[in-house]
Every structure is written in structure tokens, then in C-alpha cells.
Design a protein around this ligand. Sequence first.
Ligand code: UTP
Length: 286
Amino acid sequence: MTARVRKAVFPVAGLGTRLLPATKTIPKEMLTIVDRPLIQYAVDEAREAGIEQLIFVTGRGKSSLDDYFDMAFELERTMEQAGKSLDPLEPSRSGYGEIVTIRQQQPLGLGHAVWCAREVIGDEPFAVLLPDEVMRGRPNCLAQMMTAYAQVGGNIVAALEVDPSETHKYGVVDPGSRNGPLTEIKGLVEKPAPGTAPSNLMLPGRYILQPEVLRALDAHEKGAGGEIQLTDAMAKLIGQQPFHGFSFEGQRFDCGHAAGFVIANLALALEREDIAPTVREFLSGL
Ligand code: UTP
């Protein structure tokens, strides 16, 4: 029997420098794809996948993230009095489940951000979702991973093939045998130098991890870019616990840079019945 995954960590304390100048005052995770912020896509994915407790690791200037998930009493009352529909506010009105916020006082890296949540995670498996990666799929990416986790347990990370020229930007898998969507992981390397990656299978930001990874992060070892990397801590568990990459069915949008952000807006706008015709007409005019 595998222990159930009830908690998810959302590391949202990064500086978002690739989306400056917007991110000077707006948290990257509050930038909108169509009409909802990035963080809402990640939270909805986690809730649909059965997560009960949402753990935000935030930093300076990120308080709008917490406010976003509160009920907006004054706004609702004003809208009600004006006879406006409260439908757009429905998710926050019916509640998002339990939200815990933790501060990462300095952006020392993704591994450090996850480590900051260690007391709240405790001694149970947990998920990590990077909100600047929007995943589309039915069931959603984390839900597909949960199904696989129920079968094989251990650690499961989403894995995606990219062009070999891109691997130096990501955590990359050294793959073993493949069984359907699951690939055994023999090694992991963060941002390998161009031409040295063990494969073109990268980690796009969805993880189901065992709590032992937090012990590996205790050492605060710095890796690629001088940051405390989650990939390096995960690599230490390989051989001690089952470790698989999961090729999910669906689409991934990397919204952490300008081109990916614009592409995600267009693609998701075209999924929306209410605005798709207008957007499509404009695009075909281009
Ligand atoms: P990124 O590598 O995208 O870094 O982090 P970033 O700071 O957000 O953006 P750039 O590279 O400067 O443009 C991946 C995820 O990890 C979080 C980020 O908020 C993002 O969700 N993160 C990163 C932290 O929470 N803390 C950190 O110290 C670093």
C-alpha cells in the first residue's frame, strides 16, 4: 500500500526575472493566462487530483497570492448590489481547501523553497507543482501521475521530451527501462552543459516525492547556477527508492518566459467558447 498524497507544495518565491519588467511589482504567478492567474491553474490541477492541503512557499512582494485565495467580501457585496453575476468568483467562494503559507526569506533555489515547507509536509509523500508551467490534459497531469503512483509508489516526476538543443535549461533524466508512460530513472542532472545531457527527457515541473528528499535537502548543497537544486536532492534517492519519470498525455505551456506566456494565452483563449471566435478571426487576419 502506498501512502496517500494529500499535500502539495507550490514554490512561488522566485524572482521571475525572465518576465521583467512586469515581475518588478507583479508576482509571476499572478500574471494572467486569459482571465485567471497562473497560480489558479496549478491550484485547480492539484485540487482535481485530490490534494487537500495547499502549501505556498512565498517571498517578498507576493502577498497578492494569499489575498487572491480569500473570499472578497466587499467586492462580492458591491457586485451583488449592482446586480452583477458572482460566477467569475465562484472558485474562491466555494473554497480552495486548506492553504498554508510559508516564507522563503531569500530565493536560494527551488530545492531550498521546497525545504522551507518541511515542517508542514512532515513525514508523508507530497506533490510539487511549479505554477509557471501550465499543463493541459484530461485527466490533468498530476491526476495521471497519481494513478501511476497508486500502482508503483515511490517518487514520480513528470517527464517530457524536448529538442536536444533545449536540455541545458532543465533538469534532465538518465533513463532506464520504459514501461508504458513510466520510465525508470537511473540518474538526474540539472542544467547539463550543451551536448552532455544523458537524454532529451526533461522535468517540466510536476513531482510526487517521498519525504526523504527533505533530508537530502538539509545539506543545503548548491548546484547549477549556485542554487540549491531540487534535482540534486532527488538524485540522491535514486537506488534507495523507486524513481520514475512519467510521460503524461496532454500539453505543456512554459509560461516563465515571454514567448511561452503569449503562446499559452493564445492556445487557452482558443479553448474558450466565449472568446475563441473573436481571437481566431483576429489571428487569421494576421
Ligand atoms: P524558475 O527557475 O522559473 O525561477 O523557478 P524564477 O525566479 O521563478 O524565474 P526566472 O528564471 O528568474 O525568470 C521555478 C519555480 O521555483 C520557484 C519559482 O517561483 C518558480 O515557481 N522558486 C525558484 C522559488 O520558489 N524559490 C527560489 O529560490 C527559486
